[in-house]
Design a protein around this ligand. Structure first.
Ligand code: SAM
Ligand code: DTB
Ligand code: SF4
Length: 326
């Protein structure tokens, strides 16, 4: 069952994807239990530290200045506000605080505040994650020196579908930043979005890219497109829920020790769909009633869902369990 190849071919990954659903889910749950406690879910909370006015043209995003979205651009928020929000997230049970900025890349003048945010949130005893766009060598060193734990930078889709979604940067730009982050010693959080009009092959190719990185990302967010008004993908055909579950299961099997995050789009999912995603091996979520700009299920409904499913939020230090199958 754990005879996973080191390097995945698209044929092997596609064959996995196309298995009868029950066979795929059984394999995914088996791999999951060999590597994690199946009833434990890591929770991260997001905060938008700089919203809107972004120079990139990502077709899914409400924050691109190039899309017609009504969202107004804001400046980088105050460090103290970030720390106050992180304290609330910690009190609500999140172990990781993820700070996101609508930038193509950070400017040198922003780095002192960014560093202060990382240091301030870490001082609360939380894990830190940032997503700020592309980084240069100086910036990865600054973030790593500040103690940043994770850097989120999604590949979003397959290499061949990439320019249907984003034209202001390339897939290779994305991979270059991921390589710099890894090289600087930070953990990588990278995944993508399902439901942007891509083919099944694009979903498989995206997972092959991620699984075949020098080491697979420690965290793999799988987002379901949340269609945003006035963006080119506002009317995209929604992905079939079972097709989404398949992607989670394939991600779990191909990246057995990574956290697979059931990310954006949970507010549009039934409890049953989320339960299937957890069974397929998703073991992380974003908690809190807001993502960056879009809605997320409120805390109460997540508490009820966890109770119904017998899930426990992971605590810091209570992480990956090598012999979880016992
Ligand atoms: N500007 C940075 C960047 O793009 O890397 C960080 C913020 S960006 C909003 C982070 C990720 O959120 C994107 O890569 C994308 O995968 C996800 N995302 C953005 N808008 C979304 C939407 N409408 N539905 C689902 N996921 C979305
Ligand atoms: C990720 O993969 N999903 C998060 C996080 N990384 C930064 C962002 C989701 C954004 C959803 C749309 C919004 O809130 O604007
Ligand atoms: Fe900018 Fe990130 Fe949105 Fe793309 S996804 S427009 S880079 S904020």
């Amino acid at each position: 069952m754990t005879d996973a190849p080191k390097t995945w071919t698209r044929e092997a990954a596609q064959a996995l994807h196309d298995l009868p659903l029950m066979d795929l889910l059984f394999r995914a749950q088996t791999v999951h239990r060999e590597n994690f406690d199946p009833n434990q879910i890591q929770t991260s909370q997001l905060l938008s530290i700089k919203t809107g006015g972004c120079a990139e043209d990502c077709a899914y995003c409400s924050q691109s200045a190039r899309n017609g979205s009504q969202l107004s651009a804001s400046k980088l928020i105050e460090v103290q506000r970030v720390i106050a929000e992180a304290k609330k997230a910690k009190a609500a049970g999140s172990t990781r605080f993820c700070m996101g900025a609508a930038w193509r890349e950070p400017k040198a003048r922003d780095m002192p505040a960014i560093i202060a945010m990382v240091e301030g949130v870490k001082a609360l005893g939380m894990e830190t994650c940032m997503t700020l766009g592309m980084l240069d060598d100086i910036q990865v060193k600054q973030l790593s020196d500040a103690g940043l734990d994770y850097y989120n930078h999604n590949v979003d889709t397959s290499e061949s579908y990439y320019n249907k979604v984003i034209t202001t940067r390339t897939f290779d730009d994305r991979l270059n930043t991921l390589a710099r982050v890894k090289e600087a010693g930070m953990k990588v959080c990278s995944g993508g979005i399902m439901g942007m009009g891509e083919e099944t092959q694009d979903r498989v190719d995206m997972l092959v890219t991620l699984a075949n990185l020098d080491s697979a990302p420690e965290s793999v967010p799988i987002n379901m497109l949340m269609p945003q008004a006035d963006t080119p993908l506002a009317d995209a055909e929604p992905i079939d829920p079972i097709d989404f579950v398949r992607v989670i299961a394939v991600a779990r099997i191909m990246m057995p020790t990574s956290y697979v995050r059931l990310s954006a789009g949970r507010s549009g999912m039934t409890d049953e769909m989320q339960a299937m995603c957890f069974f397929a091996g998703a073991n992380s979520i974003f908690a809190g009633d807001k993502l960056l700009t879009a809605d997320n299920p409120d805390e109460d409904s997540d508490v009820i869902l966890f109770k119904k499913l017998g899930l426990r939020p992971e605590t810091l230090g209570g992480q990956r369990c090598a012999d979880a199958a016992e």
